[in-house]
Write a protein that binds this ligand. Structure first.
Ligand code: GUN
Length: 280
């Protein structure tokens, strides 16, 4: 039987509607500052979508679009002013940053209480030790989709493919908190196909188009595809995930599509984090 297709768009719409209700009844209007440096076309699209979503749920959006020639010192000065601005509850610096700017230094300058991406070492540390902090948006979105699909995740074998600070490491922490048995794999893992074949849950976050083959997926497993890769096929460009989707549909019990799976959840969870930061 072909897999159930997990509808991330519908789930994200439900979450956004809840957030919009909450914003209406809250005494302070949450505000998100989005900082974009340079003109990377993919980043421009992501940032535009984020700013639009912020306005749609009734929050304030503070857009800072800076030229690629912006120096690290100028960017740090902007972060300082956003940290001090009481109207700004969340700060997001879109990655990647242009060459010559130390992204880690910039991320560490953000007040951890306003770090709605959850990338600051203070928030990464809180996640690792199970304290309440701001958690990266894409991993939260993946967990919501998993819980909606499977309910309790206790005891399930989860294989995470990819070890980035943005997705792989934080989602491994969340899966552990949910009592999964977690394996983190990466480009140097031996017999990745064999490891994936043991998984009840596969999280694909390696950033390589259609890298994970359908034959690697155990019958009935749940597949969450975090990848967003633009490829050219028959002269046309299209978006594909990190999983060979058509093949995986034959084995998986449930799978997220690309687009329309994890992507919309990331933005909805960014709004949720901004609301959380504003309430604190
Ligand atoms: N670039 C790719 N993904 C992300 C993300 O989740 N947050 C930020 N700030 N930049 C990104």
């Amino acid at each position: 039987m072909a897999a159930t297709v997990i509808d991330g768009k519908a789930s994200a719409a439900r979450l956004r509607a809840k957030i919009a209700d909450d914003v209406k009844s809250s005494s302070t209007k949450p505000g998100l500052a989005v900082v974009l440096v340079g003109a990377d076309p993919a980043s421009e699209v992501y940032v535009r979508n984020k700013e639009k979503a912020v306005l749609e749920v009734g929050m304030n959006s503070f857009a800072h679009h800076l030229p690629a020639t912006t120096s690290e010192a100028e960017l740090l000065t902007l972060i300082d002013s956003l940290n001090a601005d009481a109207r700004v509850h969340g700060i997001l610096v879109q990655l990647p940053l242009p060459n010559g700017i130390d992204a880690q230094k910039v991320l560490e300058r953000i007040d951890p209480r306003k770090d709605v991406d959850g990338f600051h070492p203070v928030n990464a540390g809180k996640l690792a030790v199970g304290q309440d902090g701001l958690v990266p948006c894409t991993p939260i979105g993946c967990m919501i989709l998993l819980r909606e699909t499977l309910g309790d995740l206790k005891g399930l074998n989860a294989v995470v493919v990819g070890r980035s600070n943005i997705v792989g490491k934080p989602i491994a922490q969340l899966l552990l908190q949910a009592d999964c048995t977690v394996t983190i794999t990466h480009s140097k893992t031996k017999d990745l196909a064999g490891v994936c074949a043991q998984a009840d849950i596969v999280i694909a976050a390696i950033g390589k188009p259609e890298f994970i083959k359908g034959a690697w997926i155990k019958k009935g497993a749940t597949v969450i595809d975090v990848g967003i890769n633009r490829i050219t096929c028959d002269g046309k460009t299209k978006l594909v995930g990190d999983v060979a989707y058509d093949e995986a549909l034959q084995n998986a019990g449930a799978i997220t599509p690309v687009p329309g799976g994890v992507g919309p959840m990331t933005i909805a969870c960014l709004l949720a984090n901004t609301l959380k930061a504003a309430k604190k």
